[in-house]
Design a protein. Structure first.
Length: 287
């Protein structure tokens, strides 16, 4: 099974502002209108790429950006296509009631993970205001996908890009399963080393795997293998910021072509490829 572990729900104008879409799509070579994943387009993209399932993300950034992709919207999509989507809620710890909203989204709406966007909300992922949210996620047994790394959004606070900000969270909540988005780009080596220090940390390859050169991606995978954490990396695209078909093809190449790999490493084995492309993600959302 192939699982895209990082897919954005939402539609241009209905959910995202034109200003935000313009900023976010500027580095992809796509028009602002491409920041849209209506239901039919999303399913067609998955089918064309051979993607069986996707983690579908809500996105709560109203306090700073003035919009959100609501938890109810994601829950409705998941209810219509339970075999294709696992929904992740999104909450803002800078607003009252965030932990209660998360609990409602899981127990009443049926969502099975949490997506947070700390830098977009101009607050550290280690800000104590998140602690009740993390505690609730830990109690509910759901994974938390945290944006780490660079973003072109103008309102985002660069002080909160680094994946290393999650280290005190991992220490305070040792049973909480955290997924560090985008492999912490450009702090990819530090992100991998962080996973090696904390057994319940994971990372996804979204954006990094699609836009970095194959040798750069292979070097990161080789580092993860060396540090014993390759089985805690999840393939993802960040669709609609990247296409699924091209991303699947890139990862397939890394199982067959030795050229991109460091001289002291080898392509992904079939077992490694299966784990990265969906095996690990499937285990994360099982209770």
């Amino acid at each position: 099974m192939i699982i895209d572990a990082h897919v954005h729900a939402g539609e241009y104008y209905r959910h995202f502002t034109a200003r935000f879409a313009d900023q976010m799509m500027a580095t992809t070579g796509l028009p602002p209108e491409a920041l849209s994943a209506p239901e039919d387009k999303l399913l067609a993209e998955m089918d064309a790429a051979g993607v069986d399932h996707a983690f579908l993300l809500a996105f709560e950034v109203r306090r700073v950006e003035g919009f959100s992709v609501p938890n109810t919207f994601v829950a409705e999509l998941c209810a219509r296509h339970p075999q294709r989507f696992t929904g992740f809620a999104s909450v803002d710890a800078g607003r009252p009631g965030a932990a209660e909203e998360l609990r409602h989204s899981v127990t009443e709406l049926g969502l099975r993970g949490l997506k947070t966007a700390p830098c977009y909300l101009r607050m550290s992922p280690a800000d104590p205001r998140w602690f009740e949210v993390y505690r609730t996620a830990q109690d509910l047994g759901i994974p938390v996908l945290v944006h780490t790394g660079y973003t072109p959004a103008k309102n985002a606070d660069a002080r909160f890009f680094s994946p290393l900000l999650l280290e005190p969270v991992a220490k305070r909540f040792p049973e909480l399963r955290l997924i560090l988005a985008h492999l912490g780009t450009p702090w990819t080596a530090q992100c991998i080393d962080l996973l090696a220090r904390h057994p319940h940390l994971y990372a996804d390859l979204s954006i990094f795997g699609s836009y970095q050169s194959p040798p750069t991606v292979a070097a990161a995978l080789a580092h993860a293998r060396e540090r014993g954490v390759l089985d805690r990396l999840l393939w993802g695209t960040d669709f609609p910021f990247a296409t699924m078909s091209a991303a699947v093809a890139r990862m397939t190449r890394l199982t067959t072509d030795a050229a991109p790999w460091p001289s002291d490493s080898a392509p992904l084995t079939p077992d490694e490829h299966r784990a990265v492309m969906g095996g690990t993600a499937a285990l994360l959302t099982q209770k």
